[in-house]
Design a protein. Structure first.
Length: 183
């Protein structure tokens, strides 16, 4: 008679232990799924905000294009003529081969920043020269902390010199710059 009194509580304890283990394991798996879903949602939200900024930029560019189309024929004549890209002239000034629209020629822009700008739609020296410093800072800000130390204050002006083919003037100015910053 005494044996069932000990056996029943022991069996109940073992069953409760097994159920507790299974419930705990199931709960921890749900937490992992929740964290994964939350990370995916945060990533989508960041991408969404980036796309919204890009849409706003494109809308403003469309507005500028439509305004430019309205400008008179005489205004387009007064614009400075742009020389075609001359790889030999660039090589003579810089001492190395430079490809057309290579943003890395800009003091302060390296391969990673060039990639950021190209994914943001800034593919040419002309487009960089027409980009505001604030927009450049915005692109760097979106890219993360490691890019925020860069100062794009001179990048559009350097790009304009590239676009206009003023290589010697660019080289002389870059010698006075410190990482793309004016001293």
């Amino acid at each position: 008679m005494n044996l069932p009194c000990f056996l029943i509580p022991a069996l109940v304890g073992i069953i409760c232990g097994i159920l507790g283990y299974l419930l705990g394991k199931n709960f921890s798996k749900q937490n992992e799924d929740y964290d994964s879903i939350k990370d995916d949602l945060d990533s989508c939200n960041r991408r969404n905000s980036q796309l919204r900024l890009d849409m706003d930029k494109l809308r403003s560019q469309m507005g500028e294009i439509s305004n430019n189309k309205r400008s008179s024929f005489t205004e387009s004549i007064s614009k400075p003529t742009i020389l075609p890209f001359n790889a030999e002239a660039v090589k003579e000034v810089f001492g190395k081969k430079i490809n057309e629209n290579d943003l890395k020629i800009i003091e302060g822009i390296g391969p990673k920043i060039e990639e950021l700008f190209k994914t943001s739609g800034i593919l040419t020296w002309k487009s960089l020269s027409e980009t505001s410093v604030d927009r450049c800072k915005e692109i760097l800000l979106k890219a993360g902390e490691r890019f925020q130390i860069h100062d794009p204050g001179t990048w559009p002006r350097q790009a304009k010199l590239c676009y206009e083919g003023k290589w010697l003037e660019l080289k002389d100015w870059q010698e006075t710059l410190d990482g793309g910053r004016e001293r």
